[in-house]
Design a protein around this ligand. Structure first.
Ligand SMILES: NC(=O)c1ccc[n+]([C@@H]2O[C@H](COP(=O)([O-])OP(=O)(O)OC[C@H]3O[C@@H](n4cnc5c(N)ncnc54)[C@H](O)[C@@H]3O)[C@@H](O)[C@H]2O)c1
Length: 335
């Protein structure tokens, strides 16, 4: 199997998850890292035995031995590393959301298409077993036409300190918006968003959105960053899809594995980024493995395309705008 050599930009919390994930991807080798926080980059290089720590983005992107660049910088800072990597002829994996600005999405897609490079966006949930099985079930027609979808994706307030930097619809509901677009295969025509700040100071910590798809299906997305700190529940996620011939229910909480310890209660993540045998398995490993397969085979990702990721950003932006204006927002153009 040909080795895929990767340079990772952004060695924060999820950058570390990626490094754990690549450990479990046969034929993947993270050969260089870069982070504006050079101490963090050096620490990750030491822990994961990565031979090279770069002093700049340009240095990493110009390394001839790299096939691909993995961008795991904060949500608003994806454009520069993605563009620089493509400029240097690298394939790119970029974390969700593709960007927090539609024009940035378009620029990245144009650049990747123009250079014939892969631009794969980390819409991780498409690789989660239950979510992917539901896609097949819907596609088979066994549930009939999709009528209604309801998604909950709530998180502990302890995480607000880091992720409160981005509006919750872009940070978290983007996963469910993407699933709903995937399941219905239809564009969105109108949205209504509601947000509240219970304890957050920057963006909202509470978000509800209603999404009207072309032809009738309705979706409701909910993201609330107020789960009690010591409760031991990291992921309170649920998704219900109702068709005119059946219903599907997915849930991560209550989990199928829990630990009751003297120090407290804990439900570990066993779907997205579970840690087993010193590596990250689950959806994250499968997503990164799929990216490496696409790079190795020189083929464009089909499970998630950059245009689909851009459309999810479009819906998230419209929901945010609707919450701000306190009125419905129509979506007039669609890629
Ligand atoms: N798919 C998922 O389930 C999931 C989960 C968590 C995070 N994410 C996404 O991953 C991305 C990163 O999130 P995180 O949790 O790791 O954030 P983080 O804040 O923990 O890490 C970001 C890292 O990027 C570095 N950085 C900032 N600006 C930089 C720049 N210009 N160049 C290089 N490095 C830079 C920071 O120093 C930090 O180490 C975000 O897009 C986030 O939404 C996805």
């Amino acid at each position: 199997m040909n080795q895929v050599r990767i340079g990772l930009v952004g060695c924060g919390l999820f950058g570390e998850s990626h490094l754990m994930g690549f450990r479990a991807v046969p034929g993947a080798e993270v050969a260089a890292v870069y982070d504006v926080d050079s101490a963090r980059a050096r620490e990750m290089a030491r822990v994961f035995s990565i031979p090279r720590v770069c002093d700049s983005l340009g240095e990493l992107c110009s390394l001839g031995e790299l096939d691909a660049v993995d961008v795991v910088t904060p949500e608003e800072l994806h454009l520069e590393p993605v563009m620089k990597a493509i400029e240097h002829g690298k394939h790119v994996f970029v974390e969700k959301p593709l960007a927090t600005d539609l024009e940035h999405c378009s620029r990245m897609i144009r650049a990747a298409n123009g250079a014939g490079r892969i631009l794969m966006v980390g819409q991780l949930v498409r690789f989660e077993t239950k979510a992917a099985m539901l896609k097949d079930e819907v596609a088979s027609g066994k549930l009939g036409n999709v009528v209604s979808m309801h998604a909950r994706r709530n998180r502990p307030k302890a995480l607000l300190e880091r992720y409160g930097r981005t509006h919750p619809v872009v940070e978290n509901s983007i996963h469910d918006i993407d699933l709903m677009l995937w399941y219905t295969g239809r564009p969105v025509r109108r949205v209504r968003g509601y947000d509240r700040k219970a304890i957050a100071t920057r963006h909202a910590d509470t978000f509800w959105g209603i999404i009207e798809f072309e032809g009738g299906p309705i979706g409701v997305v909910e993201t609330i960053w107020l789960l009690p700190k010591p409760a031991g529940v990291l992921l309170d996620d649920a998704f219900q899809l109702i068709g005119d011939q059946g219903i599907a229910n997915m849930a991560l909480f209550p989990g199928s594995l829990s630990f009751w310890r003297d120090t407290g209660f804990d439900i570990p993540d066993i779907g997205y980024d579970p840690r087993v045998h010193g590596a990250a398995l689950g959806a994250l490993r499968d997503e990164l493995a799929y990216f490496c397969d696409c790079v190795r085979g020189g083929r464009m990702p089909e499970i998630i395309t950059a245009v689909e990721a851009k459309n999810a950003v479009r819906v998230a932006m419209a929901l945010m705008e609707s919450a701000r204006l306190d009125q419905d927002v129509e979506i007039k153009s669609w890629d």
